[in-house]
Design a protein around this ligand. Sequence first.
Ligand code: NAP
Length: 251
Amino acid sequence: MNISLAGKTALVTGASRGIGRAIAIALARSGADIIFTYNSSPKDAEDTAAAIKAHGQAVQAIKTDVANEAAITSLFQSLDDSKIAIDILINNAGIIMEKSTLDTSGSDFDHLMGVNLRGSFLTGREALKRMVMRGDGGRIINISSDLGFLGRESFALYTASKGAINALTKSWALEFAPHILVNGIAPGPVDTDMLDINNMTPEWRQKEEQIPMERIGQPEEIAGLAVYLASEYSSFVTGQIYGVNGGSVMP
Ligand code: NAP
């Protein structure tokens, strides 16, 4: 399948590293121009931008804390000022927190939900506003997690944020049908800084690898589905949350 995203512009949040970076590069390889955000890793963001440029696509890296509403609205205002329209949004930026529920504070809750849920909501809202106004469709792809289905001890906040993102995906799919398609990707364990497999206890590592495919995934293995969901090949797909997870969840 030869997927072309030529003429499209994608916004990928949190693409300085990990899954976001792999998705941004894969979208560029298919011909999309890329705007991406990062929060605290300018050097990594430069590396992502260089990889995108190597595919001949236009790229802009913008430092934006997705939890900050003023920062998100100003990002979209600056895109409007430059007459850049977003055709594809990948809501990817996220953080994780391992903490027992009994030790979790209200500010832990606000911090994690601020990035994972509020960040996805605010970025999606601004992108959707413009897609609706333009009236020529659009794609939103929210990055969830297999843990949003499974739950996990000591990760209650993270898993709850991803369960909420699944609900947001379905609600947006209903609210913005038929022209704007909204789907989710729920990765299983993937080899990024977030998973930090090399610093895991042997017990946790075994748990991560105890899935049917007996290994963790690579960020590039998530990106292929994002490219498909951004393309014309998925023109009858909305409101779905796809596992890319080596078999960790089989709904
Ligand atoms: P990662 O390697 O830690 O990268 C996280 C990315 O998010 C970085 O680019 C980071 O930017 C950005 N980010 C963090 N906080 C931000 C904020 N406040 N505002 C804007 N950007 C922010 O994580 P990853 O593993 O690639 O995870 C990407 C997504 O996949 C997340 O939503 C995660 O929950 C999901 N996921 C991951 C796995 C896994 O096993 N890795 C499994 C399931 C789901 P800076 O570098 O600039 O801080």
